[in-house]
Write a protein that binds this ligand. Structure first.
Ligand SMILES: Nc1ncnc2c1ncn2[C@@H]1O[C@H](COP(=O)(O)OP(=O)(O)OP(=O)(O)O)[C@@H](O)[C@H]1O
Length: 641
């Protein structure tokens, strides 16, 4: 057996690091500013421990762009480096001085950003040459000047720099200079990645309006681009609602007031701080996703948290900050990271806790917010089992009179009147109180309660609830005639024989509008004589599958492609129906052969004005009478008058 070490030479690995270290070239700035922040934090720590006894001075980090020379300089007043340290931390890739510093001074991950000892080299993704001019804070240190042109060869020599700290100078490649040697671009990147870093970062000067020249001019004052103590790092007890709202508007300038917030603050078993906001979702969620910003020690990492937090939580807004979310790695790694999983479970729990607390402490207020919260909670219930279990206590159902009920309260309310002959609880709902008005009225007259269920994912939610509660069945209010919505033992006798129903079916079919996109099925029901002669309903199952296919996908697409189908329910006990039957029977000779009879019945149907009128009225009542059929109806009605 032979053992050995695989040889990795810098000549081979360096170009790979340069090219593939990060997918996004712009993060070089994040890395270099983070290093400057780390160096500044270190000197502060050393000073507080008494290991550094001198003055700290102004610690602002300066970022300077020379558009002409195509250079960018990042200057800090941090610990600096001795020649030996440059040798160790810079010349040896993947040796992190940050890690070493933390273990030496027994700090946890909360203070220092760097971990991997790779970030500095991201400079070579955009620069053809990088210089470091640095002087260590240690007494008697010699300042040094390091320079490297992107090949593994570097030079290191003494420098005459007098103050401790570090300047990193990037000379952009001509290609990258086109993008990055631009003030607006650098400012945009600093705002994106560094807005909440804990040390002040200056870029350019504050401007003021020059009345004489009518333009903005630079003042002497440095422009600080960041907020060094962001809200999520402040103890909740010190923050007023106004401050939370103000911070929200800083993050999302165009957004409406949020509904409420959750302040996250965990230090065991992982570190997590943050503030999450519930936006007003109304009844849509398409444009709301991906607004949570993820930070690692106040450094912006990403705003696409999909895969990192559960899907439904991406509807929330706000900031999550955790040093336990690794900065320098790919998304696929992030998703499988154990810490990320724990964090995501924790947030789910916190969100559920907060909702439960709001519900318990002020139900009236909670009910007022329900319409804006509903879609979030429904989405959570469907997609996240743990959340679903918790949400049973604070999920509400709203009826057409704007009363709100928990599941338990609602089933108590309707169980006497709306249990069918098989012992199932029939929950009636509408998704459109205006279009389904006549159905709702009928149901109410019968003593039924009707829920308003109109979110875009309502069909999924309803199917989910039916799946969880075997004893529940949901029916949209136009799924059937009111007498059949909740089926009871006793039903009225039907005045029509089977043969008469068959005759009428053919007559009705001939009179119905012929549309490509719509299928009508003629059915008979034994309703009270004074009920409408014809009612149009839509089968619950088919309709729901079609609705779900619009928001769902997968096998449900099959339903989405099918034509709309409606039931034309004929009230066999209404005198108008017996009247139409009488006139048809008079018209069609009883002794005809089957085919001839069929034809004669069709003719009789097509030419029967009364029949057309009752069908059209029923279609009109459900908003289905359109186009040519509507024009004919109006003409016919006028001539009748
Ligand atoms: N501005 C600076 N001042 C002082 N030391 C620095 C500075 N920049 C880099 N260093 C030293 O060089 C080391 C390597 O930096 P590098 O950015 O490559 O890695 P890191 O910050 O440790 O980790 P990460 O890869 O997570 O950024 C740092 O840990 C630090 O000791």
């Amino acid at each position: 057996m032979q053992t050995g070490k695989i040889g990795v030479t810098t000549e081979n690995i360096f170009p790979i690091i340069k090219k593939f270290l990060y997918s996004d070239h712009e993060i070089f700035l994040r890395e270099l500013v983070s290093n400057a922040v780390d160096a500044t934090t270190k000197i502060k720590v050393l000073s507080s421990l008494g290991d550094y006894k001198g003055e700290l001075g102004d610690q602002t980090i300066h970022v300077k762009l020379d558009e002409e020379a195509k250079t960018l300089t990042i200057s800090d007043h941090g610990v600096g480096m001795t020649a030996d340290e440059v040798e160790k931390y810079i010349n040896q890739i993947a040796f992190s001085g940050a890690e070493e510093f933390m273990s030496k001074h027994k700090l946890d991950a909360q203070n220092i950003i760097g971990h991997f000892g790779l970030g500095f080299f991201s400079a070579f993704m955009v620069a053809e040459k990088v210089e470091i001019v640095t002087k260590s804070y240690k007494e008697g240190s010699q300042a040094v000047h390091w320079e490297c042109d992107g090949s593994p060869d570097y030079t290191l020599q003494d420098s005459n720099r007098e103050t401790f700290g570090t300047d990193i100078v990037l000379h952009f490649t001509s290609e990258d200079a086109e993008i990055f040697a631009n003030k607006t671009k650098i400012e945009e990147l600093l705002k994106k990645y560094c807005s909440f870093l804990p040390v002040a970062i200056a870029f350019g000067k504050e401007q003021e309006w020059d009345k004489d020249n009518k333009k903005y001019v630079d003042t002497d004052k440095d422009k600080i681009i960041n907020d060094t103590k962001p809200l999520w790092k402040i103890a909740p007890s010190e923050i007023t609602k106004e401050l939370y709202d103000e911070f929200y508007h800083k993050l999302y300038p165009m957004a409406e007031e949020p509904l409420f917030h959750i302040h996250l603050n965990v230090d065991y078993p992982f570190n997590l701080t943050g503030v999450l906001y519930f936006p007003k979702l109304k009844n849509s969620f398409e444009f709301q996703k991906n607004k949570i910003q993820l930070y690692c020690n106040q450094v912006f990492v990403t705003d696409s948290v999909e895969g990192i937090v559960p899907e439904f939580l991406t509807l929330l807004n706000g900031v999550i900050d955790s040093p336990d979310i690794p900065l320098n790695v790919s998304r696929s790694y992030l998703q499988s990271d154990q810490n990320v999983k724990k964090i995501s479970n924790h947030i789910t729990k916190k969100v559920a806790d907060r909702l439960a607390e709001l519900f318990k402490s002020d139900r009236t207020e909670y009910e007022k917010k329900w319409d804006d919260l509903k879609i979030f909670i429904q989405y959570g219930v469907i997609s996240n089992e743990k959340f679903g279990e918790r949400a049973a206590e604070f999920t509400l159902l709203k009826n057409t009179d704007d009363y709100y009920y928990t599941f338990e309260q609602y089933s108590d309310l309707i169980k006497d009147g709306q249990t069918d002959k098989n012992g199932k609880l029939v929950i009636l709902y509408t998704n459109d109180t205006i279009a389904q008005h006549s159905f709702i009225e009928k149901a109410k007259t019968k003593g039924y309660d009707v829920l308003v269920m109109d979110s875009p994912i309502e069909s999924h939610f309803i199917s989910f609830l039916e799946h969880k509660n075997e004893n529940w069945t949901f029916k949209r209010i136009d799924a059937d005639v009111v007498e059949k919505l909740v089926e009871k033992e006793e039903s009225l006798a039907m005045a029509l024989t089977i043969e008469q129903q068959e005759t009428l079916r053919q007559v009705f079919t001939a009179a119905l509008p012929k549309e490509k996109e719509v299928i009508y099925n003629v059915e008979f029901a034994a309703l009270a004589a004074e009920e409408a002669p014809v009612v149009v309903t839509q089968n619950e199952f088919m309709r729901r599958m079609r609705d779900m296919s619009k928001t769902g996908g997968g096998y449900m697409n099959f339903y989405g492609e099918m034509a709309d189908s409606y039931n034309i329910v004929v009230n066999g006990n209404n005198p108008l129906i017996t009247d139409i039957l009488g006139s048809v029977e008079k018209e069609v000779d009883a002794g005809l052969t089957d085919d001839a009879r069929k034809e004669a019945l069709s003719k009789a149907g097509e030419s029967n004005g009364k029949l057309h009128q009752i069908i059209d009225l029923a279609l009109l009542g459900t908003g289905l009478l359109k186009g040519e059929a509507l024009t004919k109806f109006i003409k016919r009605s006028v001539s009748m008058i």
